[in-house]
Design a protein around this ligand. Structure first.
Ligand code: ATP
Ligand code: MG
Length: 593
């Protein structure tokens, strides 16, 4: 499996396809659109479509297709509609239609028209009869296995069906019988009569209609025959007036079928053209709806919107900004070879966006009690003082807030060690640290439970150290975050890790679910938050200082999801790669010299 550095691979660049300046530096699909416009093709019209099948929720791979289709329409003064490719009654639902439209809106795209392939069933049926009349389609009585066996393989000749030479009149009668319920499910199919010896397997008499007695979520029980993808897709494009029909590489072999059907129909206008581009893949996750559905139905995740899912829903719940998703798919670009992008690249876009926009707050995830022994009981404002803290150093307009302080605090368990290892500069007995936005404290003693675990750390504070410095200019090596115990609010925090431990789950034919990460979610129920966090909106993302970005659950404001940590792992990956490249070069030079 090849992994790109996230940027478009060179084979997707357009520089080799034309000498025109305008196509330099754009991807090969945009170059094609430019050339078509220059040659006056499609009367210089540009119309694309995003064609989801409503059998699952959108994932980040779909976001790439959406950005491409809507982006091209936008850049060339064209139109991009949504068409639901709803030709399989077994798996499609209105629930999915609604969710797809909602996610599209959240991603920031507004289709001028929403179409449904199921609205074209009458037209498709009529066209099928036309093809039968022209001797270009026939009813086959064989079952699916036989048809597939006879199709052969590349280099292995196809076998023509014994029903292939039925007359148009007989085919018409049988096809009407299929439509009218004369035959059971699976008893007959309608096939296009193309070429059983074609090198392209898809051209070996593809199936156009199957009999399925299933209620369609939109068409109801009107039909018991349903069109195949091949028979429906290009015709849907043609009906709508699509010019550039963009799809992923696995449909490359279907391109000839797409053209064949359109050539044999009497269309009053120019045929649309299909062009394929590489699917988006992402490490440590999966994009196939079949597998994502399996994760949902088997309860591996809490639904399509589980924050670990690569769905738009999941990312949304996790706190990924739509703008970060758009920036990421834009950076990945459009290529002609499938590749897998690193999830760290996506996360770096998320982090960059949130760094600009997220308010800073303090939260303690695994609390340890600190008692300040010299805090005046009846001193500053009855033992409570409010300290000023900056809301977002990246955004001066975000202002400041007051954070209550008192003689009893929560700090992270990790920020205190009874036996500090070398280079540990945070709190330990006799060690002084700074509390963020607060005072210097020094640990003097601890209380432990029966098992020897520290339950309370006793400290003294320096009343002169408010604001981060002392009159004697003393420096401390660490600053830790805290929450005043008397003012803390409780919360549950979900920490997420990779959904799959394997960067390429399922690679080499393995069951992808074998590499599920059993520790992909850790739930902490004892978290303590500063009181300003009562004011967050559902879905809002804040930075917990020193810990990362956290999204408030849209349905329960006492639950937070870790969106992404603070460390830029993408930068580390880049650095490691640079070093590896440098070392390789040095080795080569040494060998030469
Ligand atoms: P799956 O195989 O997971 O069911 P699909 O391709 O069948 O996905 P559709 O709903 O048919 O899903 O996809 C709608 C559009 O999005 C299609 O044009 C498809 O080519 C495109 N698409 C789907 N997955 C990706 C991906 N990973 N990267 C880019 N485009 C994608
Ligand atoms: Mg599909």
């Amino acid at each position: 499996m090849n992994t790109t550095d996230g940027a478009a691979t060179t084979d997707g660049s357009a520089t080799d396809t034309t000498s025109d300046d305008r196509t330099v530096g754009v991807d090969f699909i945009r170059a094609k659109v430019i050339q078509d416009n220059q040659s006056g093709r499609f009367s210089q019209r540009v119309q694309t479509r995003f064609p989801p099948e409503p059998n699952g929720y959108l994932h980040i791979g779909h976001a790439k297709s959406i950005a491409l289709n809507f982006g091209i329409a936008d850049e060339f003064g064209g139109v991009c509609n949504v068409r639901f490719d709803d030709t399989n009654p077994e798996t499609e639902k209105q629930e999915y239609v609604d969710a797809i439209l909602d996610d599209l809106d959240w991603l920031g795209y507004t289709p001028p028209n929403i179409y449904y392939c199921s609205d074209y069933f009458d037209q498709l049926y009529e066209w099928a009869e036309d093809l039968i009349g022209k001797g270009l389609a026939y009813v086959d009585d064989q079952d699916a296995d036989t048809i597939s066996e006879q199709r052969g393989r590349f280099g292995k000749p196809g076998i023509e069906s014994p029903y292939r030479d039925r007359s148009p009149a007989e085919n018409l009668e049988l096809f009407r019988g299929m439509r009218d319920g004369a035959y059971p499910d699976g008893a007959k199919v309608l096939r296009a009569k193309i070429d059983m010896q074609a090198d392209n397997m898809q051209m070996r008499d593809p199936v156009m209609y199957r009999i399925r007695r299933e209620t369609h979520y939109r068409a109801g029980d009107k039909w018991i025959i349903y069109p195949s993808y091949d028979w429906a897709h290009g015709q849907g494009d043609a009906i709508e007036g699509v010019t550039h029909s963009l799809c992923t590489l696995e449909f490359a072999d279907h391109n000839a079928v797409y053209d064949w059907f359109l050539e044999h129909l009497d269309l009053p206008y120019e045929k649309p053209e299909q062009t394929e581009f590489a699917r988006l893949g992402l490490t440590h996750t999966l994009m196939s709806k079949r597998h994502l559905l399996q994760l949902v139905t088997e309860g591996v995740v809490d639904g399509w919107d589980d924050p670990r899912m690569p769905t738009v829903r999941g990312m949304r719940r996790r706190g990924y900004p739509a703008s970060a998703i758009r920036a990421f798919v834009d950076r990945v670009g459009i290529a002609k070879t499938n590749s897998t992008s690193e999830i760290e690249l996506l996360e770096s876009f998320v982090r960059t966006e949130l760094n600009q926009s997220a308010l800073r707050r303090m939260a303690v995830l695994r609390p340890l009690r600190v008692v300040i022994t010299n805090w005046p009981d009846d001193g500053v404002q009855n033992g409570v003082v409010e300290l000023e803290a900056i809301n977002n150093p990246e955004d001066p307009t975000a202002g400041k807030r007051l954070v209550p302080f008192s003689g009893e605090l929560w700090i992270e368990q990790d920020d205190f060690k009874l036996d500090p290892p070398p280079k540990y500069y945070r709190l330990s007995i006799g060690r002084e640290v700074r509390l963020r936005a607060g005072f210097y404290i020094t640990a003097t003693d601890v209380e432990t439970d029966g098992a020897g675990n520290v339950t309370t750390v006793y400290c003294t504070y320096d009343p002169e150290s408010e604001g981060g410095s002392t009159p004697d200019g003393r420096k401390v090596k660490a600053t830790i975050h805290w929450v005043s115990a008397a003012h803390a609010i409780g919360a549950t925090v979900n920490l997420y890790d990779r959904l799959f431990t394997d960067p390429y789950p399922g690679e080499g034919g393995a069951d992808p679910l074998d590499s599920l990460n059993p520790l992909s979610c850790e739930t902490l129920t004892e978290a303590k938050l500063e009181p300003a966090l009562t004011e967050v909106e559902p879905g809002q993302v804040v930075q917990f200082e020193r810990l990362g970005y956290f999204a408030v659950d849209p349905d329960d404001t006492s639950v937070f999801h870790r969106t992404v940590g603070l460390r830029d792992e993408w930068a580390n990956i880049q650095k490691r790669r640079e070093n590896e490249a440098k070392q390789k070069k040095q080795q080569q030079n040494r060998r030469k010299g």
